[in-house]
Ligand binder design. Structure first.
Ligand SMILES: Nc1nc2c(ncn2[C@@H]2O[C@H](COP(=O)(O)OP(=O)(O)OP(=O)(O)O)[C@@H](O)[C@H]2O)c(=O)[nH]1
Length: 961
């Protein structure tokens, strides 16, 4: 059975809102509505709570004011409530006691009739059913139904609603009698109904316009079907009046609608009308409720901290820990409950408890920023905000330090290690930076442990990287060695990808890595140099040592590997070998024939001469290096290049460094991982395993790895997945921090005034190496007014999302060695997005250069058109001074401006106001002719002045200017 809050409030003589508050304080989850309901069990909890509350010292001020008699009456009232909850049987049992006149005083005719017509046998039976009802409950109920009302006749129409409603409320079922609640002193007794005036229950709207009730139309009939009110109660109670209200309203509007509801339909009229009953005067006073509300609860909770955490504790202890649990281990429900209690306690006026909450908040705010520290421990990456909290300094202190260094950052920007240290130094704080246990280090340690194990090793083929300046013949040389013709198929005749091949010479294997020689591919050259055992430095005999040759020498030295020089194009006439040897030695590569340790082999890649000698030398060098590696160890290698194949998905092209890589192995390569599905040689032949130094193309990774990423064979797929994910996150963070890091003041000002114009680009390419190379080249275009903004770059064809991005940002798409998907192509047409396809990197750079130069504001230059000498001057009133001139050279145009030159000094420049030949206006006057010139805003012209005419021309600027 549900007990409505408003009914209970009315019964207890308190305001519904206050009762809801008390319910919540008692730990009951009651909606903030008088229509909310509670169960009898909850009601008992509430009563217990109120009882306890009142029994506390100071908590029941009002109790002391109550007379013993009032206490007793209140006790009876509560007990009466218990009995009423038992239902009609219990009520019947109690009806022996009430005096007959009280029954007739009940204006609800229906109930009264039932009571009076109840046969005695049924009453007896009911008594048996309701046996558990305590005898004292009977007494209490009887007492309740014996209100000390005014004399019957005059009071009949003004019976207090509080005394009526409980009786009118129909009991739904019989429940065992609950123990009768002890007295509840805080509640004022409902024992002395105060006579109500008619206006207390009649709608002030007046007359017949009773309180409007929204009901189904069917209720009209139900209302009509009800037995008429007893004549003994001429003035209906509000409940009765309300039931008849729809009838009256319906009559007003017109004929009654046909009955739509079932004849037995009972609209919830009675319950609603209870709400309309006026609050009796017998109520808890406001100060009692206020005093009992929060302050006392807080006090109680403080004393009973172990049973329930206080608001302060909840406020001061932020929830941390496992999801669904707060820091104190509360479950979700409990945490929610605690929040709800906090919310409840947060409401209200300037009570003690609010002061406490405010103090806690103030302390919390203060603790965040004012607790100064002399040392701090942080871990990177860290934002300005987090660092200020760690140091106990306001964020503005940190920002001020950064600002003084010319760095404009926001509170959410991340700081690098160096900046964090600088800030700490400036603020005089000892800073300790905790280094996270790096999974990469852990992985490397584990692998090196594996390497150290005593495994059987075998001699492996040398990995030979071919380096050299562009067009010196590297690819032709590798082609010749492989007996293939890769160079012929290269776009633009230049190598743009790194590639690995294996050849056999005299029964011995050699692995070659061909690298691009173009300046743009420095990264690839470095990558090639890093995996190599021997470097073949190709120098064209006709060209000599060139910039990229020098760079390759540096790579070789950095890698610490032996160099063999292939002096190529020796078939060309007029070559000077000595010059080449001299240039090489000048760069630290001393030929063996000059007493050094570098073999210089004369070859012609084109004609194939010297190739055997070169291979013999390489094998000998490898033998001297004694290149060995374990063959049965878990394989690891390096990815030199990677791309997405239409049919096979991501492909990593790399070299196995040690161990044997097999199909089915679990591979981790940079941010990619997966089981190796298939492996292919450089010639596309499928293989099942690849030993040390074998170049191999691997299919089965979940995404395209980065060029230069190391490849490891793992045993635990979860570990591989986790490491790959961490690498991905780290890569993303690095990319983001690179984009949004601290800016210099100059950057900030330049960006704000819009001086820098961006050229937004999206770059799609076939391999990560190509992307790197293109980006490297584009980053070289530095200019104060224009810059390239790469919005997105990735491996693979141009897709729809690229086009959408380009359309929204006004970007151009660079498609390098890739094409657009059909739908992307169509979309680009619709969105007017330009997709520019390229096969050669320097075409990309040249076009982008032009585009950037197009963004530059053209330069304005003065171009002199002619000179005129002032022969005479004429002063004309209201016109000004006109100079009579002769054109000495060139032409004077009407649209020109002129410099006025007097005594070889330029006075100023003016526009020509009028130009006349004789008396006629002239458009231009040529050399040798005389004319009249009047200047705009200058009349102080004198004989002998020189007028130099000029026009402004706009000239296109280049990035170099
Ligand atoms: N005469 C002559 N020409 C050669 C020889 N080797 C290469 N060439 C030519 O030199 C040009 C460049 O050759 P590549 O093999 O593409 O040069 P590369 O060093 O691989 O060029 P990049 O890969 O772009 O750095 C081609 O036209 C070749 O035919 C040679 O031994 N003799």
């Amino acid at each position: 059975m549900k007990i409505r809050i408003f009914a209970l409030a009315k019964e207890l003589g308190v305001d519904s809102k206050d009762l809801i508050q008390q319910c919540n304080d008692a730990g009951l989850d009651v909606k903030s509505s008088p229509l909310a309901s509670i169960t009898p069990a909850e009601r008992d909890v509430l009563m217990d709570y109120l009882r306890k509350l009142n029994s506390q010292p100071g908590g029941g001020t009002a109790t002391a004011e109550l007379s013993p008699q009032s206490r007793e009456e209140l006790r009876r009232e509560i007990a009466g409530r218990e009995i009423r909850d038992l239902g009609p049987l219990a009520q019947m049992r109690t009806r022996r006691a009430p005096p007959p006149r009280e029954a007739t005083a009940i204006p609800d005719g229906k109930v009264a009739v039932e009571v009076e017509t109840q046969p005695l046998e049924e009453e007896i039976a009911a008594e048996e059913v309701a046996a558990p009802v305590a005898a004292e409950a009977v007494e209490v109920e009887a007492a309740v139904e014996r209100p000390p009302v005014a004399p019957l006749a005059p009071a009949a129409e003004k019976t207090a609603p509080a005394a009526v409603a409980p009786v009118a409320k129909p009991a739904e079922r019989v429940v065992p009698a609950a123990p009768v609640a002890p007295p509840l002193p805080v509640m004022a007794p409902v024992s002395r109904p105060v006579p109500l005036s008619r206006s207390d229950y009649i709608n002030p709207a007046g007359g017949n316009a009773s309180i409007r009730e929204m009901k189904p139309h069917g209720s009209v009939r139900v209302a009509d079907d009800r037995p008429p009110a007893r004549p003994a109660a001429p003035a209906p109670t509000p409940a009765a009046e309300d039931r008849s209200a729809p009838v009256r309203q319906n009559k007003k509007r017109g004929p009654a609608l046909p009955s739509l509801a079932t004849p037995n339909f009972k609209p919830p009229v009675i319950k609603k009308t209870e709400e309309l009953v006026q609050k009796p005067d017998l109520a808890l006073t406001g100060d009692v409720l206020k005093k009992n509300k929060l302050a006392d609860i807080l006090k109680k909770n403080r004393d009973d901290a172990t049973r329930r955490p206080t608001v302060e504790e909840e406020e001061a202890t932020p929830a941390k820990g496992a999801p669904g649990k707060s820091a104190r281990g509360l479950g979700l429900e409990e945490a929610r409950e605690a929040r709800r209690r906090r919310r409840q306690k947060g409401k209200g006026g300037e009570d003690d408890e609010n002061v406490i909450v405010k103090t806690v908040k103030r302390q919390r705010r203060g603790s965040q920023s004012t607790e100064r520290k002399s040392s701090a421990v942080i871990s990177l990456p860290i934002t300005v905000r987090s660092m200020s909290e760690a140091m106990g300094r306001p964020a503005r202190d940190l920002l001020t330090v950064l600002f003084s260094q010319g760095k404009m950052v926001t509170i959410n920007d991340q700081l690098d290690e160096e900046t964090a240290m600088e800030i700490a130094m400036e603020l005089g704080i000892e800073l300790e930076i905790e280094q996270e246990a790096d999974f990469e280090d852990a992985l490397a340690d584990r692998l090196s442990d594996e390497e150290n194990t005593d495994m059987e090793t075998v001699t492996r083929p040398p990995i030979i990287t071919v380096l050299g300046h562009v067009d010196h013949g590297k690819t032709t040389l590798v082609d010749r060695i492989r007996s293939s013709n890769v160079a012929a198929g290269e776009a633009g005749g230049i190598t743009q990808h790194i590639a690995a091949y294996q050849v056999e010479h005299n029964g011995q294997k050699l692995t070659f890595v061909d690298t691009p020689g173009h300046a743009a591919f420095g990264e690839m050259r470095a990558r090639g140099a890093n995996v190599t055992d021997i470097i073949v430095l190709v120098v064209a005999a006709d060209d000599g040592v060139m910039p990229q040759t020098v760079e390759c020498i540096s790579h070789a030295k950095a890698a610490g590997v032996p160099i063999v020089v292939a002096m190529n194009k020796c078939d060309l006439p007029g070559i000077n070998e000595q010059r080449i040897l001299t240039e090489l030695s000048q760069h630290g590569v001393l030929p063996s024939e000059w007493g050094g340790d570098v073999e210089v082999i004369r070859v012609s890649a084109l004609q194939g001469t010297g190739i055997d000698n070169l291979l013999e030398t390489l094998l000998l060098t490898a033998e001297l290096a004694d290149l060995r590696s374990p063959v049965n160890a878990p394989a690891d290698g390096v990815c030199l290049e990677a791309f997405r194949d239409e049919g096979r998905g991501p492909i990593a092209w790399g070299i196995v460094r040690q161990g044997t890589l097999k199909v089915g192995d679990l591979a981790l390569c940079g941010p990619a991982y997966g089981r190796i599905r298939a492996m292919y040689t450089d010639k596309g032949v499928e293989i099942q395993s690849a030993g040390p130094s074998t170049p191999v193309k691997i299919a089965g990774l979940n995404e395209v790895p980065g060029a230069g990423d190391h490849l490891f064979v793992m045993t635990d797929i979860d570990e591989a997945r986790e490491i790959a994910e961490q690498r991905r996150v780290r890569g993303r963070t690095a990319a983001l921090s690179g984009r949004g890091g601290p800016k210099s003041l100059e950057d900030f000002f330049a960006g704000r005034d819009g001086a820098i114009k961006d050229l937004p680009l999206i770059i799609k390419a076939d391999t990560p190496g190509s992307l790197e190379a293109i980006r490297g080249e584009l980053e070289k275009f530095e200019h104060a007014e224009v810059r390239i903004k790469i919005l997105h770059m990735g491996v693979g064809g141009v897709n729809e999302s690229d086009v959408y991005l380009a359309a929204s940002a006004g970007a151009i798409i660079i498609a390098f060695h890739v094409v657009a998907e059909d739908r992307a192509e169509a979309l680009a047409g619709q969105e007017a997005v330009e997709i520019r396809r390229y096969k050669i990197i320097y075409n990309v750079t040249s076009d982008i250069r032009q585009a950037l130069e197009g963004l530059l504001e053209p330069e304005k230059v003065e171009v002199a058109t002619g000179r005129a000498l002032v022969l005479r001057t004429f002063s004309i009133s209201r016109v000004g001074t006109v100079a009579g001139c002769r054109v000495l050279n060139g032409t004077i145009d009407r649209t020109n401006r002129v410099h006025v030159i007097r005594d070889q000094t330029i006075l100023n420049n003016y526009a020509i106001a009028s130009l006349k030949r004789e008396k006629d206006d002239a458009r231009e006057v040529r050399e040798g002719f005389e004319c009249g010139i009047r200047l705009d805003g200058f009349n102080d012209i004198k004989e002998g002045d020189l007028l130099e005419a000029y026009k402004i021309e706009q000239r296109k600027r280049s990035l170099e200017e």
